[in-house]
Design a protein around this ligand. Structure first.
Ligand code: APR
Ligand code: PHB
Length: 418
């Protein structure tokens, strides 16, 4: 029987867990990261790839943005296609913000490299974690590390283990309230070895369903199609996928480059929030606490934002014993979480004809689209949400919110951990 003693035990090596570990390391707070899967699996998992400016700034400021700056692409706007028309919205002009296209798994690879260089890579293949004690003087969890049954004793546990993880489920009944919305459609996503047809993302609304043309590099495109939620991938051979993408995205013969499909998958559309995001010495971050439908690509950005808030709160505790930011963790995060939930839900309804939709609803949706592209105020409001104007984890980490006031999460943060 082994024992590991640390300050923060982080469960899960996705973006939330790895950003948290990276920021804690910079603050001199000791942590261990425990991940269920092996490294190739974690590095190979294809997810979204749109980083809000605040997310990109946080990675850059913390020294993890070098490859992102070299290989990622900064976008100042995107295109919306509907009714055979093309409309460009410039987030730069509308709210002074950009987004960076850089795959989530590339972020994960960069952060894993940083952990390895720091001499503290995650433990991989840890698939039997049991949380024992969360409310006493210390937190304890049990698992097998390198074949040895081990007790991990920590001051705090960070639950960064995604929606299906163990940490949220370890909170005793009655302490968490779950809010949930399932959408009556899903996304079929492909990664294709084909140069993107244009410089910017194209969101296409068509009577047959939504489609999105995104990208990962100058040679790899990422494309999505709205499909039924119970869709079997076997019913979508490559020819059918490309034909449907062409119909929905290129109604007037706009270009679309085809190429070998490198990866494919179905993403369900769900909104979920667990409140509060903390219980005793356990703090939930990222998908462990909340899920958004993928339409606005907010999942990764929220995970990074939670991790930055939690890192600041923990650093504050270790620097001067200030418990306030930890106590306020849920409150600080939920403001951003619900704002992103609201935007993701609105964007989802705006862009997806839903099954059984009556003609009145179809016309209302079209009127909303027209309002978006016809009113600068409406477009600016959308752009602010899309680019994450009010969520700035980099600023939170630097110790000031957008108005320049000291943020709760940064209060008292100084020096090294004891
Ligand atoms: N023990 C240890 N690790 C676990 C366990 C467990 N019981 N259960 C899950 N994990 C690991 C998963 O294998 C995964 O590597 O936790 C990690 C969670 O990572 P993500 O699911 O990527 O969640 P998060 O870090 O919160 O990032 C959110 O990921 O799902 C996307 O769209 C979402 O972009 C968003 C982002
Ligand atoms: C993606 O590239 O995966 C992506 C981009 C923008 C979105 C959603 C997903 O709105």
């Amino acid at each position: 029987m082994g024992t590991v003693r640390t300050q923060v035990a982080i469960v899960g090596a996705g973006p939330a867990g790895l950003v948290l570990a990276h920021l804690l390391h910079l603050e001199g707070v000791r942590c261990v990261v425990l991940e269920r899967h092996d490294r190739p699996y974690v590095e190979g998992r294809v997810r979204a790839g749109l980083l809000e400016q605040g997310t990109a700034d946080l990675l850059r400021d913390s020294g993890a943005g070098e490859r992102m700056d070299r290989e990622g692409h900064v976008h100042e706007g995107f295109e919306l296609r509907f009714d055979g028309e093309r409309h460009r919205l410039s987030t730069m002009e509308l709210c002074g913000r950009t987004v960076t296209m850089y795959g989530q798994q590339e972020v994960v690879k960069d952060l894993l490299r940083a952990r390895t260089e720091a001499g503290a890579p995650p433990y991989f293949g840890v698939d039997d974690i049991v949380l024992d004690e969360l409310t006493g003087d210390r937190a304890t969890l049990r698992c097998t590390l390198g074949g040895t049954p081990t007790t991990v004793r920590a001051d705090f546990v960070a639950g960064c283990d995604g929606f299906h993880g163990v940490t949220r489920r370890s909170v005793p009944g009655g302490h968490l309230t779950a809010y949930r919305k399932d959408y009556p459609f899903a996304w079929l996503g492909i990664l294709a070895a084909a140069p993107p047809a244009g410089e910017e993302l194209v969101y296409g609304v068509h009577d047959r369903g939504f489609a999105l043309h995104s990208m990962r590099s100058a040679t790899v495109s990422r494309l999505y199609l709205q499909v039924a939620p119970d869709q079997d991938l076997a019913r979508w051979p490559d020819d059918r996928i490309w034909a449907e993408l062409r119909t929905r995205l290129c109604p007037s013969g706009e270009p679309l480059n085809e190429g070998p499909v490198l990866q494919r998958g179905i993403t369900s559309m769900r909104g979920f929030v667990a409140e509060p995001m903390q219980y005793g010495r356990l703090f939930l971050a990222g998908d462990a606490a909340h899920i958004v439908p993928p339409t606005g690509a907010k999942g990764l950005n929220l995970a990074v934002s939670d991790a930055a808030v939690l890192a600041g709160a923990l650093a504050s505790w270790y620097a001067g014993g200030n418990r306030e930011p930890l106590d306020q963790y849920t409150r600080t995060c939920l403001r951003h979480v619900w704002q992103a939930q609201d935007f993701s839900a609105r964007m989802t309804w705006l862009l997806h004809p839903h099954p059984g939709e009556d003609p009145m609803e179809t016309r209302l949706r079209r009127a909303r689209l027209r309002h978006l592209v016809g009113s600068r105020t409406a477009a600016a409001s959308f752009a602010e949400d899309y680019a994450g104007l009010t969520r700035d984890p980099a600023a939170a980490r630097r110790g000031a919110d957008l108005a320049g006031r000291p943020s709760a999460a940064a209060g008292g943060r100084r020096g090294r951990a004891t």
